[in-house]
Design a protein around this ligand. Structure first.
Ligand code: NAD
Length: 257
């Protein structure tokens, strides 16, 4: 599968799953645009490293996905978008009656609203190019729920719903829109939850990983960023041209329970 000649914009891609997806898309030949809200030397260095390793043109563009106008500006600044991966996301865990309003608003803005703004800006470019792929990184929590994650779960269910609607709007065009629903992946977002959980349950790191985090993941293994990158490349392939408006779970069996 060659994605040579395609430009892919991956939101929230200076770490974790987004970076893993960017690396796999670049290996498949796409010119990738990395993004986050920072503008550090190391952000640009990641793009340079990907260019060196793959011979593609990778760059980094700063934009804060909590702000609608910056989401749209990211796409418009790049000026071409064949593949859009809506990946930026944050988490906050609290009972709903104690959920900080600013955290609720930030999660809904970054995890859900950003996909509305970027998709709205990118679709006209895909139509002009006569080809397009929208890949939304939702979650097993876009299909099921857990306590204390109301904002995240509301946002991820929203993304799955938006995925279906965009797919219907583009169904008769050479454009697809799908959501990938990962289970637990050991990224900085998940790593940051381990110390508190160790304290909360008075457990070792290994026990937290196996008995708390992977409790609902029947494989008892984390999914990897490379697997999510490979799934994204597949959704961009010709084999996936009739796959639209659906979810692909990469969750070790979580949603089969
Ligand atoms: P991560 O913290 O490693 O990455 C999140 C990315 O989003 C980072 O690049 C960060 O800079 C970026 N980001 C955060 N706020 C932003 C903002 N305002 N503007 C632009 N970028 C911003 O976490 P991750 O685990 O790689 O998560 C990536 C996506 O995958 C998220 O949407 C997350 O909900 C989803 N997901 C993760 C897991 C998991 O187990 N790690 C499981 C299911 C879904």
């Amino acid at each position: 599968m060659s994605l040579s000649g395609k430009t892919a914009i991956i939101t929230g891609s200076n770490s974790g799953i987004g970076l893993g997806i960017a690396r796999e898309l670049a290996k498949a030949g796409a010119d990738v645009v990395l993004n986050s809200f920072t503008d550090r030397d190391e952000d640009h260095a990641l793009a340079a490293e990907i260019s060196d390793q793959t011979g593609t043109n990778a760059r980094y563009v700063k934009a804060d996905m909590s702000k609608g106008d910056e989401c749209r500006a990211l796409i418009e600044t790049v000026g071409v978008c064949d593949i859009l991966v809506n990946n930026a996301g944050i988490q906050h865990v609290a009972p709903i009656d104690q959920f900080p309003v600013d955290k609720w608003d930030a999660i809904i803005a970054i995890n859900m609203n950003s996909a509305f703004h970027t998709t709205a800006a990118a679709l006209p470019m895909m139509r002009k190019a006569g080809w397009g792929r929208v890949v939304n990184i939702a979650s097993a929590h876009g299909l099921t729920a857990s306590p204390y994650k109301a904002a995240y779960i509301a946002a991820k269910h929203g993304v799955v719903g938006m995925t279906k609607s965009v797919a219907l709007e583009t169904a008769q065009e050479p454009i697809t829109c799908n959501a990938i629903c990962p289970g637990y992946v050991l990224t900085p977002l998940v790593e940051a939850q381990i110390p508190n959980t160790m304290k909360e349950y008075d457990m070792s790191r290994d026990d937290v990983i196996k008995n708390v985090m992977l409790e609902r993941q029947p494989s008892k293994e984390f999914a990897t960023v490379e697997q999510l990158g490979g799934t994204t490349v597949f959704l961009c392939s010709d084999a996936a041209a009739q796959i639209t408006g659906t979810t692909i779970s990469v969750d070790g069996g979580w949603t089969a329970l």
